[in-house]
Design a protein around this ligand. Sequence first.
Ligand SMILES: [Zn+2]
Length: 130
Amino acid sequence: MMNCYCGSGKPYEVCCQPYITGSMVAPTAEALMRSRYSAYVVADINYLMNSHHPSTRPTKERKSILRWTKSVQWIKLEVKNTIAGNINDPEGWVVFIAYLSDGGKIETIHENSRFVKENGKWYYISGEHQ
Ligand SMILES: [Zn+2]
């Protein structure tokens, strides 16, 4: 079995895949964040949209996000810090660095992402670049 894209060290099949396919709900903000990174890797635009809170969901950018994530090579994810976002929290923050290669040029996305939980489901709200 393949190690998960998110760098957890667990197989993809028991890490991010169940969230992306919808067979399980991500229990924590960090789990959702990791699964969204993996969804970028596998270019699952439906999951990226559905896990993005409706109030900030970039519906109009759906096609351009899909085109962009398919055009880059995702290298790795490093989760740097997590604040709240546990099973009983209403919101949480995850600081991460994502590494990708765009036309052979290595780029990083260093972000503090905010997540909220509604009706038992975590959503990505927005991110601040660090
Ligand atoms: Zn994972």
